[in-house]
Design a binder for this molecule. Structure first.
Ligand SMILES: NC(=O)c1ccc[n+]([C@@H]2O[C@H](COP(=O)([O-])OP(=O)(O)OC[C@H]3O[C@@H](n4cnc5c(N)ncnc54)[C@H](O)[C@@H]3O)[C@@H](O)[C@H]2O)c1
Length: 504
């Protein structure tokens, strides 16, 4: 059952999927027009919205109650406002075509649609209904491309094999699409959405936790844990073990672990035989809310972090929030810093949930963070502009990691400090205080160790990869939650002051 806002393209998507499945699609708006005996707009204008909604609720509920397995149905955008319809739709597979406000307005305005005449009202309705679709959808697809809906079909059908509450987000980027499955119990369930042989890369801490997943693999490379092993030496070990196990094109590398394993295994997959598929199975909060998506892979050099790498989008991501239960508190806290960063970027419902005390490990919060990152990457895969907003707090965070030898702070802890510095540079003292309190509540550092060399941190920011030659390092600044600006020039003296304040 396709749901979504006006102008999302539900009818076209339903036709495309129905054609693939060899069935006839049913459009409830068309059925309703036949039932009303006039166009929806005319009934709406002559009899008013309440009567229209009553007739719509009656017809849509009946269609959903009588629907047989295998049918493809598209619902009118407003019908999900009815509780009765929501109760009925839940028994089916609900596919949300997610259209941005701008695109929806562009497509719907000026076409006689009664609810697309006033832009402010349209925007309010978009926000209200988005919350309903997000709650009910099993599958979240970006609107706009019928070919994409067809490509997603095997993953949509694969959901039948996944644990009950698993949801699917379809990720898009310039270099390719992939499914992101999010469900508790996913990694222990035996669910696997791909054909072909699998070769896992994991670390010593994680291997023991995901026995059934590794048992399904044709080979397992187990590395020592930690950032210090995100090196070219580890990559060589992985390449050679894959070669020794005769891994071939068409097989999958499976990255099972935190961001270190994900970045390293992704890099090995990008380069082994000039590129093989990688499936990311993130097991830390950092990896589930951030690093598993978007295709940045790589290793560190002693000179600077993440300095050697490649863009390589995963073939699929399997996210199981249940595995976070074994995460040590300090690692959970480190992940919380990325959750908070993502919430500041997203604003809206995610920010409100986080500032109200969410831990970040809740499946809905993990999902919302993943969707935030995926939406940014889909618009700018290669950091040409907008993607840089994901670097909020990272310019100084990475510099702190480098200066302290990658051993003193976890990545997320350094990001926590970097966020506070970025909020100072943004001239947001109240927001900085609020964020500092949220970080402190999770046991994250809000002060840099006394004695950390602020000049060295400043110097390390200048080696940031986002810097173009000759130009200053671009910082990401926050105007308000949900309003962040990439590419901001900041004088050295201010950066130094922000770092010195952290160490005060
Ligand atoms: N590629 C990207 O876009 C991106 C984004 C953010 C961060 N990163 C990278 O991610 C890395 C940090 O990732 P991380 O914080 O996940 O660190 P990590 O991979 O080192 O994992 C942290 C620790 O948790 C252990 N662990 C993992 N899963 C566990 C589980 N379920 N239960 C118990 N222990 C578990 C690991 O063995 C490790 O000791 C950094 O290298 C950072 O640069 C990359």
């Amino acid at each position: 059952v396709f749901v979504g806002f006006m102008g999302a393209g539900k009818t076209g998507a339903a036709r495309a999927i129905a054609a693939e499945l060899g069935v006839r699609p049913l459009d409830t708006d068309e059925a309703l027009e036949r039932d009303l005996g006039m166009p929806v707009e005319r009934f709406f204008d002559s009899r008013g919205e309440p009567e229209f909604r009553m007739r719509e609720e009656e017809l849509v509920s009946k269609v959903l109650d009588e629907a047989q397995p295998g049918e493809v149905i598209s619902l009118g955008g407003g019908s999900m406002s009815s509780r009765q319809v929501r109760d009925a739709v839940r028994r089916h597979r609900v596919l949300w075509l997610d259209v941005s406000l701008e695109d929806a307005w562009h497509r719907a305005a000026g076409r006689g649609r009664p609810l697309a005449r006033d832009r402010d009202r349209f925007a309010r309705l978009h926000a209200e209904r988005e919350a309903v679709y997000a709650e009910e959808a099993h599958v979240m697809l970006p609107a706009g491309d019928r070919g994409m809906v067809r490509r997603a079909l095997p993953s949509i059908l694969a959901l039948d094999e996944a644990p009950e509450a698993t949801r699917l987000v379809w990720a898009t980027s310039a270099s390719g699409d992939y499914p992101v499955f999010v469900g508790e119990g996913l990694l222990a369930s035996g669910f696997w959405p791909r054909a072909g042989r699998r070769f896992a890369v994991t670390d010593e801490n994680v291997g023991a936790l995901v026995g059934p997943l590794l048992a399904g693999c044709d080979g397992v490379v187990t590395l020592p844990p930690g950032e210090r092993h995100k090196t070219i030496a580890s990559a060589e070990r992985v390449w050679r073990e894959l070669a020794g196990a005769a891994m071939a094109r068409g097989d999958d590398v499976v990255a099972v672990g935190g961001g270190v394993v994900g970045d390293l295994a992704g890099f090995c997959a990008a380069t082994y035989q000039r590129g093989v598929s990688v499936v990311q199975c993130p097991t830390t909060l950092v990896a589930q809310v951030d690093s598993a998506y978007g295709g940045k892979t790589g290793v560190d050099l002693p000179e600077a972090k993440n300095y050697v790498g490649a863009y390589h989008q995963p073939s699929a991501v399997l996210v199981d929030p249940a595995v976070l239960a074994s995460l040590p508190p300090a690692e959970r806290a480190a992940g919380y810093a990325e959750v908070l960063k993502t919430a500041l970027i997203a604003g809206g419902a995610l920010w409100e949930r986080v500032r109200a005390g969410a831990a970040g490990t809740e499946p809905e919060v993990v999902l919302a963070c993943a969707r935030t990152k995926l939406a940014v990457v889909s618009r700018d895969e290669r950091d040409a502009g907008e993607r840089q907003i994901l670097n909020l707090g990272h310019t100084i965070g990475h510099a702190i990691e480098t200066v302290t030898g990658y051993g003193r702070y976890r990545h997320g802890e350094a990001v926590a400090l970097g966020l506070l510095a970025a909020l100072r540079l943004s001239g947001q003292p109240e927001l900085r205080d609020e964020v500092a309190e949220l970080l402190a509540n999770r046991g994250l550092p809000t002060r840099l160790d006394a004695g950390t060399d602020a000049d060295a941190v400043l110097a390390a920011t200048k080696r940031d990869k986002k810097r173009r030659s000759g130009a200053s390092v671009p910082f990401v600044l926050v105007e308000a939650p949900g309003e962040v600006r990439p590419g901001c020039a900041v004088p050295d003296a201010e950066v130094l002051a922000a770092v010195t304040e952290l160490a005060a």
